[in-house]
Design a protein around this ligand. Structure first.
Ligand SMILES: [Zn+2]
Length: 501
């Protein structure tokens, strides 16, 4: 008997009492099917035992509109345990897909990422989040008997920053021969508007997440977190990850947060604090725009560098923080609109942090979408509300070709339909990626801790894996992880929701 079976068997003994004694005395089962049955019984007993864990008392989960909503509450260890337990199967599945992508694109083995997590990231993670990450491991193990440890979970939490920021920086340091072509990702189309731009004069914020469909189909968690310290948070997210990570969230002090990444960003500081920790901490503890910015600067490591779009519903002010590693720029206003589609615009940030990005190429995904945001937001000045934002997130106007065609240049991205791919992100022709879900909220909804969210392409269209893989065998390696991503309905979620409305 190996250790995990021995441990589980001990739990089984406690649960089943006398009924299990005959088995313990009889040694290992004689046949494979008896063994399977025993393993299943032990797993069920383990799950039942864990379900009575007092740390789970305040937590809950339900599913709606293609999303999984979890309520997590308590001290950091409890929040982590609840997260790991309630989303155990989804974490195992998400970890498999994400780690396969990380090792495939970087040509590094998983041990490399575990080591980076252990030696470089872990020592700089705040004690509170170390406890939460350890709690995730405990909850996950209690639920599924997983063998993943905290190094695995930390490396997994850094999936947006280790492969595409740290590894290219490291390859350059090492002057690595034949290094793979790694580019920082271009995730998302988003805007935040206020004052004369919106229907009610208050803030409206919207965001769609661009990523590969392999990860995107799994980016379907709504986290309602009531932490022991800091503000309550409502955000979308990925199973097993403590930050929203595509970054759409609100807190109970009125802060509204989203972002789009900076295309062709280069740079990494190995002595900095992981972005996923800074972003989570800033949403949890900042009560205004200045507070948020301060926490994002604290230990800036350059990972997952973004144009942060922020709003404070208490003042009606919005802001854009273009946060490079060597340079940054801040814009803020109480009457305006700030949009993002993966382009940096400050000349200094462009020069020192994204030197290869060409802001004048009208045919690139980032710039074509920038032009579309300009058009669409101007056309709708004074009319912008959440209902309109939902439509904008599903927009298919290609400004480069001046026609309607869902592709890599449209606000609702469908790169799987484009023979061009996205060179700036090293996405090959017909890359299975694009807009994978959308979210929106406004100042009134934020006051009541509500958001709307739609799983799948924000236009409502479906991605079907089987015909795609048949037409594009070059992506066959994704087959074990790539599933259908069907468009769901726009669905409202609010803090404290415990079941379907
Ligand atoms: Zn679409």
């Amino acid at each position: 008997m190996n250790d995990s079976i021995r441990r589980a068997a001990a739990i089984l003994l406690v649960i089943l009492g006398g009924a299990a004694v005959w088995w313990a005395g009889s040694g290992a089962p004689a046949s494979a099917s008896a063994n399977d049955a025993m393993v299943a019984t032990i797993a069920a007993a383990r799950e039942r035992a864990a379900a009575n864990d007092p740390r789970l008392k305040l937590a809950s989960r339900f599913e709606q509109g293609g999303w999984i909503y979890v309520h997590l509450e308590g001290d950091p260890g409890a929040v982590g345990f609840q997260h790991g337990y309630l989303l155990g199967p989804e974490i195992e599945d998400g970890f498999a897909a994400v780690s396969a992508g990380m090792t495939h694109s970087t040509q590094r083995d998983w041990e490399f990422f575990r080591k980076a997590a252990h030696e470089m990231l872990w020592p700089k993670i705040d004690a509170e989040y170390q406890q939460e990450l350890q709690g995730i491991v405990e909850g996950l193990r209690a639920r599924t008997g997983s063998k993943l440890d905290v190094d695995d979970i930390v490396a997994f939490n850094a999936f947006e920053e280790l492969p595409d920021y740290y590894v290219p920086w490291l390859n350059k340091q090492l002057k690595a021969a034949n290094a793979p072509n790694l580019k920082s990702p271009g995730n998302c189309s988003a805007f935040v508007a206020t004052g004369s731009w919106t229907k009610d004069g208050q803030i409206v914020m919207a965001h769609n997440n661009w990523t590969n469909y392999r990860n995107g189909e799994r980016w379907r968690i709504v986290f309602d977190i009531a932490p022991k310290n800091g503000f309550r948070m409502l955000m979308d997210g990925f199973p097993g990850v403590i930050a929203s990570d595509d970054d759409f969230g609100i807190n109970s002090d009125g802060l509204m947060v989203t972002e789009t990444t900076i295309t062709q960003f280069e740079g990494w500081d190995p002595n900095g604090k992981a972005e996923f920790v800074r972003a989570r901490k800033a949403l949890q503890y900042a009560s205004n725009i200045d507070g948020y910015i301060g926490l994002m600067f604290e230990g800036n490591n350059g990972g997952y560098a973004n144009d942060w779009l922020l709003g404070d519903r208490k003042t009606g002010e919005i802001a854009q923080l273009e946060l490079g590693l060597k340079a940054y720029k801040l814009w803020r206003t109480k009457d305006g609109v700030l949009a993002g589609s993966n382009w940096a615009r400050d000349p200094k940030v462009l020069k020192v942090d994204a030197p290869q990005f060409d802001p004048t190429n009208k045919e690139s995904s980032a710039n074509a979408r920038r032009a579309r945001w300009d058009e669409l937001l101007k056309e709708n000045k004074g009319k912008i509300d959440v209902a309109l934002a939902e439509k904008m997130l599903g927009d298919h106007a290609d400004t480069a070709q001046k026609k309607e065609e869902p592709n890599e240049r449209t606000l609702c991205g469908h790169v799987d339909g484009s023979a061009r791919g996205v060179k700036d992100w090293a996405w090959q022709p017909y890359y299975p990626g694009g807009a994978v879900q959308g979210k929106a909220t406004d100042a009134t909804m934020t006051k009541e801790m509500r958001i709307v969210a739609r799983m799948g392409h924000p236009c409502g269209g479906d991605f079907l894996a089987k015909p795609f893989l048949a037409a594009h065998p070059e992506y066959a390696w994704e087959e074990p992880y790539l599933h259908d991503m069907k468009g769901g309905p726009w669905t409202e979620f609010r803090s404290g929701q415990t079941a379907q409305k």
